[in-house]
Design a protein around this ligand. Structure first.
Ligand code: F6R
Length: 260
């Protein structure tokens, strides 16, 4: 697991955007795994700028989002579909038919989940996946105790996640209790994973993910088993890591051929 610590969220997000941009330039049909929440917002802004100023071309790119709330339609202002349109898709030249999010209004959740898995396979799997991390260590909405071999399915959100996400709603009572999320095994099949975390509130979860034991109580710790992960942090999110000095040492001594 590579750990990169930047002075601030902006520098970290620009780095992450470069990772995505380089892949898309290398392979026009890149399949992106995307996340919502506050964490990737600056990265999406940067990628939108790269499209507008340098013509970064998303026309052949496919995207799969990690999750969607059950009970919210795509045009609901708090749905993740709406969030992605507002913060990313409306600003780039992506084709609507290449955008995929679980259908939160489905009448048949297991079938929808199965079809989501099949759709990912059909385009050849996810090339690069961006992740945030919950303050309880979740990735996607795989809450603590989620099976480490889970596939896309329904999950019940913890009280803590509902509280954390209440800021996007009028009140906590409006936060749906259920979601459809890619499973942990689904996420682990992405060829490259870029996990972003910013701010002090994420520091305990980041430290458990990177330096703690592998445990279903900290779903993000499964990333220790992935062969191609980079954890991109600002100083605050990195503040509880004990091998701090080593991560800097690796970054400053990186051979040129390993750089972006
Ligand atoms: C969102 C998602 C979640 C978030 C996590 C962090 O699609 O899957 O795992 O990445 O809850 O959320 P923020 O970025 O709002 O702190």
């Amino acid at each position: 697991m590579e750990v990169l610590i930047f002075n601030n969220e902006t520098a970290a997000s620009e780095y992450a955007a470069q990772e995505f941009s380089k892949r898309i330039q290398h392979k026009a049909t890149t399949v992106l795994g995307l996340a919502t929440g506050s964490t990737p917002l600056k990265m999406y802004r940067e990628l939108s700028l790269l499209h507008q100023s340098e013509g970064l071309d998303f026309s052949k790119v496919n995207t799969f989002n990690l999750d969607e709330y059950i009970g919210l339609s795509g045009d609901h202002p708090c749905s993740y579909k709406h969030f992605m349109n507002e913060n990313f898709f409306n600003h780039i030249n992506i084709s609507e038919s290449n955008v995929h999010l679980p259908d939160g209004m489905t009448k048949d959740v297991p079938k929808t989940c199965q079809e989501y898995e099949e759709a990912i396979k059909k385009v050849g799997g996810i090339d690069i996946q961006v992740l945030g991390i919950g303050s309880d260590g979740h990735i996607g909405f795989n809450e603590p105790t989620s099976s480490l071999s889970s596939r896309t399915r329904i999950k019940t959100l913890t009280k803590k996640t509902c509280e954390d996400n209440a800021r996007f709603f009028n009140s906590i009572d409006e936060v749906p209790r259920h979601c459809i999320t890619m499973g942990i095994a689904t996420i682990m099949e992405a060829r490259r994973i870029v996990l972003l975390a910013f701010g002090e509130a994420k520091a305990p979860a980041v430290s458990k993910m990177v330096e703690g034991p592998l445990s279903a109580m900290v779903p993000a710790s499964i990333l220790q088993m992935h062969p191609n992960v980079v954890v991109v942090l600002d100083r605050s999110a990195a503040s509880k890591l004990s091998h701090h000095d080593y991560y800097y040492r690796v970054a400053t001594n990186k051979p040129n051929w390993q750089r972006l």
